[in-house]
Design a binder for this molecule. Structure first.
Ligand SMILES: NC(=O)c1ccc[n+]([C@@H]2O[C@H](COP(=O)([O-])OP(=O)(O)OC[C@H]3O[C@@H](n4cnc5c(N)ncnc54)[C@H](OP(=O)(O)O)[C@@H]3O)[C@@H](O)[C@H]2O)c1
Length: 376
C-alpha cells in the first residue's frame, strides 16, 4: 500500500449514502482521526443512472463492483449492499484478495460469519461489522474489546425496530395491519416485512452476538424464533392492564454444551428498559461473569446512526493500515456448539396470558454457574 489508503464502497442506499457523504465531505476530520490519507476509489451501485442526493454529485459511481474490488489500489472494502447474494460473493472476493472489509450486513455475518472470519484470518486482514448488530450501539466492540478479559454469561435484548414500532402502535389502539402500514410509512418496515415480523432479523443479530460473546460458531438457522404476526390487540391491551408490554426479545445464555438461544415475543414489565422503545431504539442487557450486568440502549437502525457505526469501523481499519498491521478483530477461531437449546421453553408464564414467557433480568443471571463450568 502507498501512503494513501484506497476505499471501495459497495452500495449507496439508506446506509451507504450516509457513509459516502461523510467519507467525501468530512475527509479532513476522518483522516486526522485515522492518521492516514484515503481516497474513495469508487462507489458501486446497481443502477448508475438513479438520481442520487445532491451532495453526492460527481461521486465516482460504478456498476462494476467486481472490478472495483479487484482494483489493486483498494485496501479497504465497505459493503453496504445487504443480503447473502452478490454481497457475499463480493466480500469473499475482497477478503481473498487481501482487502480488509467493513460491513453493515447482519444476514451475511449471521449465516456465513464463522467461515468469513476464518477467511479473513487466513489472509491476515480484518472483518469488522459493528453496524450489523443493533446499529449505532457499539455492542460488537464492547463484547470484543472492553469485555475481552471477562466471560460473557448471557445476553438479551430488543433488537428489531420494526417489531417495536408495530407493537407500540397496537398499544395505542391500531390493529396489526394498520400498525404495519404505519411502520412502513415511517420507514421502519421494509415493503416485505417478513424478515422482521417473523423474528429472522432478530435471530440474525442474536447469532452474530453469540459468535462474539461466547466464541461459538452458531449460525442463525440454528436459533428457534417466533414472530409477532399472531399477537392480538386484545392480548396487547390485557398485557398493558397487567402492567406489561409485549416485546420481541432475543436471548442467549452460555451452557457447557453450547448455548440456550431463542427469539420470541415475551411479557416485559412496562418500566423495564426493553419496554421503553417505540421504534428503532434497541436495548441490550449483557451479563458478564466479573463485570456483572450492563445495559446498552440507542438507535438500532436508520441511515445516519448505522453509518456512524460503519464510519467507526472504517477509522479503526484505516488506523490498522497506517500501522501496517492489522488489528484483526473478530479473527479468533470459533468453537463448535454441540447444542443450541430454546431459551424460553421452561420459563414462568402469566396465568392470564400463558402464551408468553414472563421476562425477568434474573433469567440472565441464573445460568452463571453453568457458564462458569462452560468457561472453566
Ligand atoms: N437501513 C438500516 O437502518 C440498516 C440498519 C442496520 C444495518 N443495515 C444493513 O445495511 C445494509 C444496507 O442496507 P440499506 O438499508 O442501506 O439498503 P438499501 O437502501 O436497499 O441500499 C442497497 C444499496 O446496494 C446497491 N446494490 C444492490 N445490489 C448491488 C450490486 N449487485 N452491486 C452494487 N450495488 C448494489 C443498491 O444500488 P441502487 O442504489 O442502484 O439501487 C443500493 O445503493 C444491509 O445489510 C442492512 O441489513 C441497515
Amino acid at each position: 500500500m502507498d501512503c494513501t489508503a484506497g476505499i471501495a464502497l459497495l452500495g449507496c442506499g439508506t446506509v451507504g449514502a450516509n457513509v459516502a457523504r461523510r467519507l467525501l465531505h468530512e475527509r479532513d476530520a476522518l483522516e486526522r482521526r485515522s492518521g492516514i490519507r484515503y481516497d474513495v476509489r469508487g462507489i458501486a451501485v446497481r443502477d448508475a443512472e438513479k438520481p442520487r442526493r445532491d451532495d453526492l454529485g460527481g461521486a465516482p459511481f460504478t456498476r462494476d463492483a467486481r472490478a472495483l474490488v479487484d482494483d489493486a489500489r483498494v485496501d479497504l472494502v465497505v459493503e453496504c449492499i445487504g443480503g447473502t447474494g452478490e454481497a457475499l460473493e463480493l466480500v469473499e472476493r475482497a477478503l481473498d484478495r487481501g482487502r480488509s472489509v467493513v460491513t453493515a450486513n447482519k444476514d451475511l455475518i449471521a449465516t456465513h460469519g464463522p467461515r468469513l472470519r476464518a477467511l479473513a484470518a487466513s489472509r491476515g486482514v480484518s472483518l469488522r461489522y459493528e453496524a450489523a448488530a443493533c446499529g449505532a450501539i457499539p455492542i460488537v466492540r464492547m463484547l470484543d474489546d472492553a469485555l475481552a478479559g471477562d466471560a460473557i454469561v448471557a445476553l438479551a435484548g430488543v433488537m428489531n425496530g420494526t417489531c417495536t414500532a408495530i407493537l407500540s402502535a397496537m398499544e395505542a389502539g391500531a390493529d396489526y395491519a394498520d400498525a404495519l402500514a404505519h411502520a412502513q410509512a415511517c420507514g421502519y418496515a421494509e415493503a416485505d416485512p417478513s424478515a422482521d415480523v417473523d423474528g429472522d432479523d432478530a435471530a440474525h443479530k442474536l447469532a452474530l452476538l453469540i459468535q462474539l460473546a461466547f466464541g461459538l460458531a452458531v449460525i442463525s438457522p440454528r436459533i428457534r424464533r417466533s414472530g409477532i404476526a399472531q399477537i392480538t390487540k386484545r392480548e396487547i391491551a390485557r398485557a398493558q392492564m397487567l402492567g406489561y408490554r409485549i416485546r420481541l426479545v432475543a436471548a442467549a445464555a452460555r451452557t457447557p454444551q453450547g448455548a440456550l438461544a431463542e427469539v420470541a415475543p415475551v411479557l416485559v414489565r412496562a418500566d423495564h428498559p426493553f419496554a421503553q422503545g417505540r421504534g428503532p431504539e434497541n436495548a441490550v442487557r449483557v451479563v458478564a461473569r466479573d463485570a456483572g450486568g450492563l445495559v446498552f440502549t440507542g438507535n438500532g437502525a436508520g441511515g445516519a446512526p448505522t453509518a456512524s457505526a460503519v464510519l467507526g469501523d472504517i477509522v479503526t481499519a484505516l488506523r490498522g493500515l497506517r500501522e501496517h498491521r492489522d488489528l484483526a478483530a473478530h479473527a479468533l477461531p470459533l468453537d463448535a456448539a454441540l447444542e443450541i437449546a430454546p431459551f424460553f421453553a421452561e420459563l414462568p408464564r402469566h396465568s392470564e396470558l400463558p402464551r408468553y414467557a414472563l421476562w425477568d433480568d434474573t433469567l440472565l443471571d441464573a445460568p452463571v454457574s453453568l457458564a462458569s463450568q462452560a468457561y472453566s
